[in-house]
Design a protein around this ligand. Sequence first.
Ligand code: C2E
Ligand code: CA
Ligand code: CA
Length: 580
Amino acid sequence: MEKKAKRPCMLIVDDVEINRTILEEYFKDDYEILHAEDGQQALDVIEENNIDIILLDLVMPVMDGIEVLTRLKQNSRFASIPVVATTARNEVESEAKMMELGAADFITKPYHPTIVRCRVRNVMARLENEWRKIEQAEQKVQFLELSRKIGEDPLTHLYNREKFCTAAAELMQKNSDVKYAIVYLDISHFKVVNDLCDIETGNLVLKTAGACFAHYTKDRGICARLEADHFAICMPLDELKMDELISAVDEDMQMLVLPHTILFYAGVLPVENVFLPVDQMCDRAHMALSTVKDNYRKRYAFYDDKMRERMMDEQMILREMEYAIEQKQFTIYLQPIYSTVKQCDTSAEALVRWTHPTEGMISPDRFIPLFERNGFIVRLDHYVWEEVCRLLADERAKLGRVVPVSVNVSRLDFYDENLLDFFLGLMKKYDLEPWMIKLEVTESAYTDNPQQIMKTMKRFQEAGFKFLMDDFGSGYSSLSMLRNLPVNILKIDMKFVQEIVTSYRAAKIMEHIVQLAHDIKMDVVIEGVETKEQVEFLQDIGCDEIQGYYFSRPLPRDEYLERLAESPIVGESMELSEGW
Ligand code: C2E
Ligand code: CA
Ligand code: CA
């Protein structure tokens, strides 16, 4: 009886009794069999019994198979019962219709026992498979729900963020005589792993890392996966050996033999105030982490208050930069470049300043590196160049002459294919000529994408612009760079100048660089000149274009114009501006 009750129930619908009997013969061992002679009867039987599968004839009196199937599919209680249509051989049109309506399969009369059994078995297997999938999904949801409730990360079985925050606070407050640390760990470019491999491999990485951190922490503290590839540890500071922790996780990652090197970076917060919310402690540890992320030599950093100030400062800058440019809070200062021979300013460098409404004057060292990282430098540079052109047009109107100004061009600016067009547009708009603007490019920019930069520079030169190589000697300048790059003027880095008086070698090198530059028809500007001694030395070795506090600090534009007005008219500025 028991066994019989558990058998699935099959309904055979056919108006011809012999057909029903044949089918019953095939299935009676595995199924409970019910019969119906027409469509209406079939619907009644379905209403009263739990049917698992229906074999449904197409052509019947009272109500045909198509009508039955249509009604079943419209009724949510019965729509999922699989229906296998039984048809005569030449009913292709109706077969197609039945399949369209959602029949699971069809069998053709006269019946072939093996085919009939196979088709029904397949239909049932397919259905079971679907049920299993639904069940698994339901189980997964329940599992995740449960994990969340008990505060566990389902993948690594470490604590989740919420549980970590409460458990860490409890741990630190309970042992107030021990000094704790919060470690924040994060994989650099984890997305690449997920992209290059598959989700499974990504999960394996996370599980392995989780196990490694748990093993390292042991019962000394607790650890968690906060989210994605972010982990945290809370343990006594004097037991935390960061080099050991990083080597341990490196070793475990190497064992996985992945196509991409997995590097964990970490930030450590030595906890001063155990009552600070752990979420905020994690933020601070994360702040420390972001100072070393993607650094080849340093894989972890400790948080300190200066870091916090710097971060806050950076955030303020990023928050306000757009508004500041709209409000014209950025202004240009001009630092004259003086010729000791001609005894006048032969050009100047435009240097940007940010006059902030509450912070006062912000020097470019505080924001330029940030803008170079986030790309905003391109907007700022365009703004500065236009300001310079405006100044030059003013200068010509007021003084009847123009002293050329050099502007800084950032590495990122060269990615813009229309860079030259932009400058030419400015020349036209302000009725200026290319010799009035010189472009300063730092030597490090050339190493980035030398071919493209060189091509762009040549086009600029053909249009009449001149280039200065800024900060020459500060990085990896090489003689081949001097040979290949189309620069007209070398601007020697100020670190050199600072050494010439104290170091014989530095002095000799400077002397020869100036000589070499002149030999290959390049001019030299020395920047950062602060003392009389330096000026005298530079004059002795034949270098006369000098920029530095000794002659003038960078000046606000009006002061600069006043200085020019008082300066004698000599040199390039005079002869080239005769046309005005
Ligand atoms: P830089 O292009 O090498 O500019 C020279 C820096 O040295 C300027 O600092 C200038 O004020 C300073 N300086 C000039 N004479 C002396 C001196 O005798 N002694 C000392 N100790 N320093 C001197 P500043 O204006 O703070 O600019 C710093 C850097 O910011 C610049 O270095 C440049 O790389 C960047 N920068 C400034 N304005 C712009 C700009 O409009 N666009 C871009 N892309 N970068 C800019
Ligand atoms: Ca410069
Ligand atoms: Ca420089």
